[in-house]
Design a protein around this ligand. Structure first.
Ligand SMILES: NC(=O)c1ccc[n+]([C@@H]2O[C@H](COP(=O)([O-])OP(=O)(O)OC[C@H]3O[C@@H](n4cnc5c(N)ncnc54)[C@H](OP(=O)(O)O)[C@@H]3O)[C@@H](O)[C@H]2O)c1
Length: 213
């Protein structure tokens, strides 16, 4: 599959390396492609370009920019380039400002989520929340003593979630489908929980697992 990743940070780079490892083609999109030249050179045949170039390249897309810039980045990518495509949304609506006793704040209010805003504005994209509540270093083939961790996903399009589940299978995750886009109201705040041990005790190597009775 050709995957266009919107982003130039740790998440975009980690996931791009994972897609390459599993036989996909990747292109990263940024407002400033020159800053990815070194990375792309070390990860051939990965490519880097403008947001719209990466969005046009991808049969499936990954959104991996700062949450506050997510809508702007998608506008830069071009709504037409999203039409009909799976958009894996790894973003979190983290507000500016330091955590309070390790607890981050979101710029979204109760009863809403960033992905609902994005799905509403870019209605032709098939958004699936994934990868938002684990560190970038553990996104691809995570190794934990407790076995494969759980990736909570949600979105309105069943076929899109099936595509993402196939990717998560390759990447070594157990997928837990939490339903429609509104479930992002629950999945996005898992990021806050995930970060607390990091901010309090500098522990950043963990992941969630759903245990069933
Ligand atoms: N870091 C993690 O371990 C982790 C784990 C799970 C989820 N996440 C989430 O994944 C997303 C990416 O995280 P990250 O740590 O890789 O990167 P980040 O530092 O949160 O964000 C950097 C990215 O945001 C883009 N950006 C910033 N302002 C922008 C604007 N005004 N318009 C367009 N793009 C803009 C940058 O684009 P340019 O290249 O154009 O400057 C760059 O690609 C975030 O939403 C984060 O909450 C992060």
């Amino acid at each position: 599959m050709k995957v266009g990743l919107l982003g130039s940070g740790d998440v975009a780079k980690s996931l791009a390396a994972g897609f390459l490892k599993h036989g996909h083609e990747v292109m990263l999109g940024t407002r400033e492609a020159s800053k990815l030249a070194g990375w792309a050179g070390e990860h051939r045949p990965a490519r880097a370009g403008a947001l719209a170039d990466a969005a046009a390249f991808g049969e499936a897309l990954v959104l991996a920019v700062k949450g506050i810039a997510a809508a702007d980045a998608l506008r830069g990518a071009g709504a037409a380039n999203l039409a009909g495509k799976v958009v894996i949304d790894a973003t979190n609506p983290i507000a500016d400002g330091p955590p309070v006793n390790g607890v981050l704040s979101f710029f979204t209010g109760p009863g809403e989520s960033l992905m609902e805003r994005l799905q509403r504005e870019f209605a032709a994209g098939r958004f699936v929340k994934a990868f938002n509540s684990v560190g970038s270093g553990s996104m691809v083939n995570p190794r934990f003593a407790g076995g494969a961790p759980s990736m909570f996903i949600c979105g309105n399009d069943a076929a899109a979630k099936k595509t993402v589940t196939g990717i998560l299978d390759q990447f070594g995750w157990e997928t837990v489908d939490m339903g429609s886009v509104e479930a992002a109201r629950a999945i996005e705040p898992l990021c806050i929980l995930w970060c607390i041990p990091g901010f309090l005790r500098n522990e950043w190597s963990h992941a969630f697992k759903l245990l069933r009775g």
